[in-house]
Design a protein around this ligand. Structure first.
Ligand SMILES: Cc1ncc(COP(=O)(O)O)c(C=O)c1O
Length: 402
């Protein structure tokens, strides 16, 4: 690696001069937090994905937690998600005292397999957290219909897929903007399609979910007279509900985002389609270069018509490390030697010590996810990658394979 061959990480944000200007303007304004940019960002984001309401929060873990709260998931309820996801997709069920559970993935898309979900359905399942791994949606219409017919809620975890979508029966839908999810969550962590530093958002067409999420993001407090239940009559506050008056009727959190972050989000949102296109172009270049490479599997698009819809977050390959005589650690080290980063996403969540010890899960529960994990490796993918960098990744990978 020479000085000009700087390290290519597996993901990286893109911050432009306009972004910096937008953030600077927010810093110079009267509001650092809870100002007008939050609502502006929420409205723009809801419009972008085609949902009625959006509630911006401090990160997507908080958005998932709020999704559980507003849909009244709690003790005695089972929440099923994919084992091939970030911890938060399952942890949100634990936050509210529900039982997180895992249904195996489809070996082609690495997403929840709708057939398995249906075959293993249990009566106490009250919600499914359907993760769009790497940006590709699982079969949302099937999952949505299965859940509805069983009285369960669908939370779409679209943290990987901002700006992306899928087709169904000839029509195009955006993640967060289709009828098969009750709530969709997105993450704005720097490696994601759009960043606000840390950040997340919950979108829904359900007004009551949106209103409750808004209250819960700020301690469960309301200042809206229509929402007042009234403090007990022995309280002096009951006597006069002046302009200072606020009420807390349910236990909430400080999950607020800031005007500074939403200024960045608004600025980034204007480029979301370009970002998604650049990600698709890089994926196409990789797929072409790696086609037929021995012991190497490129990502599959399960619905070919989605090829121009997916906003890829990750380029995850499956590599037969044993066949090429390298451990995954050694393979990653070889890439690193030539300045190419890589990452393993994800260790199956049900194998984490917390899930083994608390719920008794273990190896063999989700064999497809476990086999996937043994072979998975994600290569660099971010919109700012230059063609030269894409070429360097291709060269690094093809050189390793015999
Ligand atoms: C699939 C998925 N869900 C949820 C989250 C949580 O997002 P955040 O980091 O914004 O809390 C992530 C973050 O990596 C994720 O990848």
């Amino acid at each position: 690696m020479t000085a000009s061959d700087s390290f290519i990480p597996y993901g990286r944000q893109d911050i432009t001069a306009e972004d910096i200007e937008a953030v600077t303007e927010a810093l110079r304004s009267d509001f650092l937090t809870s100002g007008p940019r939050i609502e502006e960002f929420e409205e723009a984001f809801a419009r972008c994905v085609g949902s009625r309401y959006a509630v911006a929060v401090c990160n997507a873990t908080a958005a998932l937690h709020l999704a559980m709260r507003v849909t009244d998931i709690g003790p005695g309820d089972r929440v099923v998600t994919s084992p091939n996801t970030f911890l938060a997709s399952a942890n949100c069920a634990s936050f509210v005292g529900a039982t997180p559970d895992f249904s195996d993935i489809d070996p082609k898309s690495y997403n929840l397999c709708a057939d398995r979900l249906e075959a293993n359905w249990q009566d106490d399942t009250k919600a499914v957290v359907a993760v769009a791994y790497a940006g590709q949606a699982p079969d949302m219409p099937r999952i949505g219909e299965l859940c509805r017919s069983n009285g369960a809620i669908v939370i779409e975890d679209a943290c990987h897929g901002t700006g992306g979508g899928f087709h169904h029966e000839g029509a195009a839908y955006k993640l967060g903007g289709h009828p098969w999810a009750d709530i969709t969550t997105f993450s704005f962590h720097p490696v994601k399609a759009l960043t606000t530093g840390e950040g997340g958002i919950l979108v829904t067409d359900n007004e009551s979910y949106a209103n409750q999420a808004r209250r819960l993001r700020s301690h469960g407090v309301t200042r809206a007279p229509g929402d007042f239940r009234g403090i007990g009559s022995d309280s002096p506050a009951e006597m006069e509900r002046g302009p200072w008056y606020y009420e807390m009727s349910e236990l909430g959190y400080n999950y607020r985002t800031t005007d500074i972050q939403c200024a960045l989000g608004l600025s980034q949102l204007g480029r979301i389609d370009n970002y998604a296109q650049r990600r698709r172009d890089i994926v196409a270049a990789y797929n072409e270069a790696f086609a037929g490479l021995p012991h190497f599997k490129t990502p599959a698009v399960t619905r070919p018509e989605d090829i121009d819809q997916i906003s890829w977050h990750l380029y995850t390959t499956l590599i037969d490390f044993e066949q090429i005589g390298l451990t995954r650690t050694a393979y990653m080290a070889k890439l690193r030697e030539v300045g190419v980063g890589s990452q393993v996403l994800y260790i199956p969540v049900h194998l984490q010590p917390y899930y083994r010890e608390t719920f008794g899960y273990g190896a063999g529960k989700c064999p497809n996810a476990e086999s996937y994990y043994r072979h998975a490796l994600s290569l660099p993918l971010f919109p700012k990658m230059t063609d030269t960098e894409v070429g360097r990744v291709i060269e690094a990978v093809t050189t390793i394979h015999p």
